[in-house]
Design a protein. Structure first.
Length: 89
């Protein structure tokens, strides 16, 4: 299961609203969390556990990603191959 949101909000915070240009917007408008969970039996399949370990290491290191990369990540998780853009290369 993947869970994320399309954007953050900062309504009434410093008078910035949804759609504020990135160079002016507070971080909480464009840095949003993503939650991923999976069954151990699925992760035990070929390359799944090592890919998940890489994703956890990136999280611990503070690496951030864009929503544009999420599609390829899910496709890779489902073993549907594509060349560019995955979070868990």
């Amino acid at each position: 299961m993947f869970y994320t949101v399309d954007h953050g909000e900062s309504i009434s915070d410093n008078m910035y609203f949804h759609g504020t240009p990135r160079n002016m917007a507070p971080t909480e408008q464009f840095c949003v969390p993503m939650i991923f969970c999976s069954y151990d039996t699925w992760l035990a399949k070929v390359n799944k556990e090592s890919a998940f370990d890489r994703l956890k290491a990136q999280q611990r290191a503070g690496v951030t990603h864009r929503h544009a990369e999420l599609f390829d990540t899910i496709m890779g998780y489902l073993a549907i191959s594509r060349r560019l853009g995955s979070l868990i290369r």
